[in-house]
Design a protein around this ligand. Structure first.
Ligand code: ADP
Length: 351
C-alpha cells in the first residue's frame, strides 16, 4: 500500500524548539556556574539539539500516527473494502477526518436506500400474495367441492371445472403481468426502437379486442379515417402492449354500449400524441395521482366485477418511460377518461 506522508510538521517543530531552548538554558546555567561558559557553545548546542529532536520527534510522531491511522483504515476497510483499499493511506488528520465523514455519509445514504428497498420489497410481496390468494382459493374451493361429490353430477361438475379454469386463467394473467413488470423494473426488457405505422398497429389491436368489445357492445373506432400511414419510432410490440392495456381498460371500465375512440395527432414538430378516449365510468380526481402505481386500483374492495391485477397502467408507464416518452391521463366521473401518450414521428422521406 502506498504511504503518503503528508504531515503537518508544526507539532515536531514547536516541541523541538521548546526542548532545545530549555536544554540550552540548563546548559548555559551549568557552564556559567562552573565558569566554563563560552558564548558559542550554548548556541551550537541549541541548533544541534533542535535538529536532533526535530528529526526524532517527527519520525516518532509519524510512526505513531501512522500505526493508529492504519488501524482505523483497516477497521473501516473491513466494512467497505472497495472505497479505501485503492487509496493511499494518509497520516494527515484533516484528510482522515474528511474521509471518515464521507464514509459515514455514504453509509447513511446506503442504509436509507436499503430501508426503502426493504419496504418496497415487503409491499411488493404483500401485494403479490394478496393478488394470488383470491383466485387460488376460488380454484381450491371448486376442486374441493368436486372431490366432495359434485363430480358425480355431470352438469354441476362441468360448471365448476369451468369456473376453476377461469381462476387458473386469472392466476396465469397475474403471473404474466408480474413477470413483465419485474423485467421492466430490472431493466431486462430493452426497447428496440424501429419505425412502424401506428395506424396499422391500432387497427390490429382493435381486431384483437373485437370479441371482448362486442361482449359489452362497445365500439372501438378511430376519431376519423386515416388514409395515410403515420410512421413513428418505437418498439412496436411494447407499444402494442400499451394500446392493448389502455383499450382493455376502456372496455373493463366502460359502460355497456359505449364508445372508445383512438386518435393520432401531431403534437409538435416531430411528435405525435395518441389518445384513447372512452365514455365510461371515469376516475375520481383523488385517485389520479396514484393510478400508475403498481397494484393501485380505484375500487380497492375485493368484490370487483372487473378483476385486473392493478398492474396494467404501471406496465404502460414503464414502457413509455423506457421510450423516453410521456403518458397523460384526464378523467371525469361519469363522463369518461382519456389516456394519451407521445411518440416520435418519422417523416416518410426519412424511411
Ligand atoms: P387493473 O388491472 O385494475 O385494471 P390498471 O393498472 O390497468 O389495473 O388500472 C388501475 C385502475 O385505474 C383500475 O383499477 C381502474 O379503477 C382505473 N382505470 C384504468 N383505466 C380506466 C378507464 N379507462 N376508465 C376508468 N377507470 C380506469
Amino acid at each position: 500500500m502506498a504511504v503518503a506522508l503528508k504531515t503537518s510538521y508544526r507539532f515536531a517543530f514547536r516541541s523541538s524548539l521548546f526542548i532545545s531552548i530549555l536544554l540550552s538554558l540548563v546548559l548555559t546555567i551549568l557552564l556559567w556556574l562552573s565558569d566554563l561558559l563560552v558564548w558559542y557553545v550554548p548556541l551550537l548546542f541549541l541548533v544541534l539539539s533542535f535538529l536532533l529532536s526535530f528529526l526524532v520527534l517527527q519520525a516518532r510522531v509519524e510512526r505513531f500516527i501512522y500505526r493508529r491511522v492504519k488501524k482505523i483504515y483497516d477497521d473501516v476497510s473491513l466494512l467497505e473494502s472497495s472505497s479505501f483499499s485503492s487509496k493511499p493511506i494518509t497520516t494527515d488528520m484533516k484528510t482522515l477526518t474528511e474521509e471518515i465523514e464521507k464514509f459515514a455519509q455514504d453509509k447513511k445514504i446506503e442504509i436509507d436506500t436499503l430501508k426503502i428497498r426493504e419496504e418496497y420489497r415487503r409491499d411488493f410481496l404483500g401485494n403479490v400474495s394478496h393478488e394470488l390468494k383470491t383466485p387460488l382459493f376460488t380454484v381450491q374451493g371448486y376442486i374441493l367441492t368436486l372431490l366432495d361429490g359434485a363430480i358425480n353430477d355431470k352438469k354441476v361438475s362441468e360448471k365448476y371445472l369451468k369456473r376453476a379454469s377461469k381462476g387458473v386463467e386469472r392466476l396465469i394473467y397475474i403471473v404474466k403481468d408480474l413477470d413483465m413488470i419485474t423485467k421492466l423494473e430490472t431493466g431486462d426488457l430493452n426497447v428496440k426502437k424501429e419505425p412502424f405505422d401506428i395506424v396499422d398497429l391500432i387497427q390490429n389491436v382493435f381486431e384483437l379486442l373485437e370479441m371482448r368489445a362486442a361482449k359489452k357492445e362497445i365500439s372501438l373506432t378511430f376519431d376519423m379515417e386515416y388514409h395515410e400511414p403515420i410512421y413513428v419510432l418505437g418498439d412496436s410490440e411494447k407499444i402494442q402492449q400499451v394500446l392493448t392495456n389502455l383499450l382493455v381498460n376502456s372496455l373493463k371500465y366502460g359502460h355497456q354500449n359505449g364508445t372508445t375512440e383512438v386518435s393520432v395527432e401531431n403534437l409538435i414538430k416531430n411528435k405525435v400524441i395518441v389518445r384513447v378516449t372512452d365514455n365510461g365510468e371515469g376516475i375520481p380526481k383523488e385517485h389520479i395521482p396514484r393510478l400508475f402505481e403498481r397494484f393501485y386500483r380505484v375500487d380497492q374492495s375485493g368484490s370487483r366485477k372487473e378483476g385486473g391485477s392493478g398492474l396494467g397502467l404501471s406496465i404502460v408507464k414503464h414502457i413509455m418511460e423506457a421510450h423516453g416518452e410521456k403518458i397523460y391521463v384526464e378523467s371525469e366521473v361519469d363522463v369518461g377518461s382519456e389516456f394519451s401518450f407521445t411518440l416520435e414521428r418519422i417523416k416518410k422521406s426519412l424511411l
